[in-house]
Design a protein. Structure first.
Length: 212
């Protein structure tokens, strides 16, 4: 599939489906170390995104879609996830600008801007047991794939695989940010829900590009 506006729209539709399918899982993960609302909030936000996608103008660009997603998530997703993911998609929109088709460099810029937006908003670093522990390896993997000459589909697949590994790697960590930080060592053994939702969203991006 070409990495263009149709891909971004399909990515968001697939994201809504995947978040809905994993809503209970995300609720359970968040209940273990947070306040238990991550799955519900994310599902509500992406269901709202679905309804807004139908209103996109015919001449919409990938950046337009990402900006629409950003504003929708900020206004509908509660807790920390709304501002964090909203900022991620907003910064990603700015990174791709008015481009109508995204090459490998543009995808790396998109992912990097999204990660940096989350860092700007949440002040988290790798190892803090947050979604950054999924986003940062995803960005590194995308950069490595792009620099080695991989195509767009392969770049997204590398990012998704790294995000999934990063989410798993949050389990032995002690949380240093967010509500989970109050638990101290009791957070060890639990996966960060934001890292897991990040892995789900980036896998959706890769699967759509691959035609899955």
């Amino acid at each position: 599939m070409s990495v263009d506006v149709a891909w971004v729209v399909a990515w968001m539709k697939r994201s809504a489906q995947v978040i809905s399918e994993h809503r209970v899982e995300l609720i359970t993960l968040d209940r273990e170390i947070g306040d238990g609302d991550h799955g519900e909030n994310m599902d509500r936000g992406f269901q709202a995104v679905l309804t807004k996608l139908d209103d996109l103008p015919a001449a919409a660009t990938p950046g337009d879609v990402l900006k629409l997603v950003a504003t929708t998530l900020i206004s509908t997703v509660g807790g920390a996830a709304g501002p964090l993911y909203g900022t991620a998609y907003l910064k990603a929109s700015g990174a791709v600008g008015a481009e109508t088709a995204l090459d490998g460099a543009a995808l790396v810029a998109l992912l990097t801007a999204a990660r940096d937006g989350i860092v700007l908003r949440g002040k988290a670093e790798p190892g803090d047991k947050t979604m950054i522990d999924a986003w940062t390896p995803a960005v590194v993997a995308a950069e490595t794939a792009q620099s080695s000459g991989a195509g767009e589909t392969e770049i997204l697949a590398a990012a998704a695989a790294a995000a999934e590994a990063g989410a798993v790697a949050t389990e032995p960590l002690v949380a240093r940010k967010g509500r989970a930080s109050y638990l101290g060592e009791r957070a060890i053994g639990h996966r960060d829900p934001g890292a897991q939702s990040t892995a789900l969203l980036l896998r959706a991006a890769a699967d759509v590009a691959a035609g899955a």
